[in-house]
Design a protein around this ligand. Structure first.
Ligand code: PEP
Ligand code: MN
Length: 373
């Protein structure tokens, strides 16, 4: 099954919201009924939150740490849902979680990064959800493996679920000293390229790992035109039972959202569209010229290849390569072009020329051998 067979209904349709970014907020973990009700009330009152999140089964790295309130938190979420009219989503990691959550009126679930890495667990959850009309948010796996992420989405799709959303929460890398989880933006961007109909929500809390970085990462999410944000919010972050450093204070959340600048993803007025169109047709023209010149260059390279073959001269000529690269870099510098880009481009072009000429010389040799024999 290729990605073209994954049928996805976008969030806008099933949540009835056309606005972007989609905002998901709530505590890392549900800790008490009072906390859940307080968060639901304040976040609902901002009028900017579309879904709420809370972990009740927490996958912790080490045992003997807070592992979540478990099923006893489910009635708190249901109560908050009924009182404030916003759906709560929880993390499910096995069949039992799915059953307990759905029986308690939870209508949206997410799969955590530690679960996405394991196809057995993903399949178990997909089987438990089969035949149910439940939206599933799939976090990326811990390791930067796009195939594994897509594989998890595919398993839910094959189980007949089509309200599917991806959550980018960054990747575990040993080396990153800035982020708790490296963003590797190229991976979610490639996911979007492969599955354009899939909404991608970014979780800046788990990428940043600390409050100070939240604004910067969230703004980047909007600048890159991802579909939404999932942010951990807590009434007293410093006292939170999990992820205290990265949660934002409930009282600061509205201000935090207001400080983000939601840039347009497209030009809207006719004058800008017109100008963009004209500039793009210039780019098209230049690209055609580049391609035509590349073809002329290859033709000449081939001609020289035949000449070298007939004269028994080596394909690679060090002096000529040094002359080319020095000359082109100097010419590029005079034009104000980036030297490293030009070096990279001409190394590619030269390698391709050498490859083409080697083919020509080898063909000439084998023809000569046949003739001699
Ligand atoms: C969470 O959302 O609280 C969580 C545990 O996240 P992740 O699976 O991304 O680590
Ligand atoms: Mn967390």
């Amino acid at each position: 099954m290729g990605t073209e067979n994954i049928h996805i209904i976008p969030i806008s349709e099933w949540l009835g919201i056309d606005a972007k970014p989609i905002i998901i907020a709530g505590p890392c973990s549900a800790e008490s009924e009072a906390q859940i009700l307080q968060e639901a009330e304040i976040l609902a009152n901002t009028g900017k939150v579309h879904l709420m999140r809370a972990g009740i089964w927490k996958p912790r790295t080490r045992p003997n740490t807070f592992e979540g309130m478990g099923a006893k938190a489910l009635p708190w979420l249901r109560k908050a849902q009924e009182q404030f009219g916003i759906k709560w989503m929880v993390e499910v990691a096995n069949e039992e979680h799915v059953k307990l959550a759905l029986d308690s009126g939870i209508e949206v679930v997410w799969v955590g990064a530690r679960t996405t890495v394991n196809p057995f667990s993903v399949q178990e959850i997909a089987n438990a959800l089969e035949g149910k009309d439940i939206p599933v948010f799939v976090k990326n796996p811990l390791n930067p493996d796009l195939e594994l992420w897509i594989g998890a989405i595919e398993r839910f799709s094959k189980a007949g679920l089509n309200k599917l959303v991806a959550i980018h929460r960054g990747f575990n890398t040993y080396q990153d000293h800035v982020f708790r989880n490296s963003p590797n933006w190229e991976i979610p961007i490639e996911l979007k390229t492969k599955l354009p109909q899939l909404d991608i929500i970014v979780d800046p809390s788990h990428i940043a790992g600390k409050r100070d970085l939240l604004h910067e990462v969230s703004q980047k999410v909007l600048d890159l035109a991802f579909d939404g944000l999932m942010i951990e919010v807590h009434p007293n972050p410093d006292d939170a039972l999990s992820d205290p450093k990265q949660q934002i204070a409930l009282s600061n959340f509205d201000g935090f959202l207001n400080e983000l600048e939601n840039r347009k993803t497209h030009f809207v007025d006719a004058v800008s569209i017109d100008k963009l169109q004209r500039l793009r047709s210039l780019i098209d023209e230049i690209d055609y010229n580049l391609l035509e010149n590349l073809k002329r260059r290859i033709d000449i390279v081939e001609e020289i290849g035949h000449y070298k073959a007939e004269s028994g001269v080596t394909v690679f000529q060090l002096d000529r390569w040094i002359e080319i690269i020095e000359d082109r870099l100097k010419y590029a510098q005079d034009q104000g072009l980036d030297q490293s880009l030009i070096k990279e481009m001409w190394t590619l072009i030269h390698n391709a020329s050498i490859k083409r000429q080697t083919e020509i010389v080898n063909k000439n040799l084998s023809e000569r051998d046949t003739f001699d024999a």
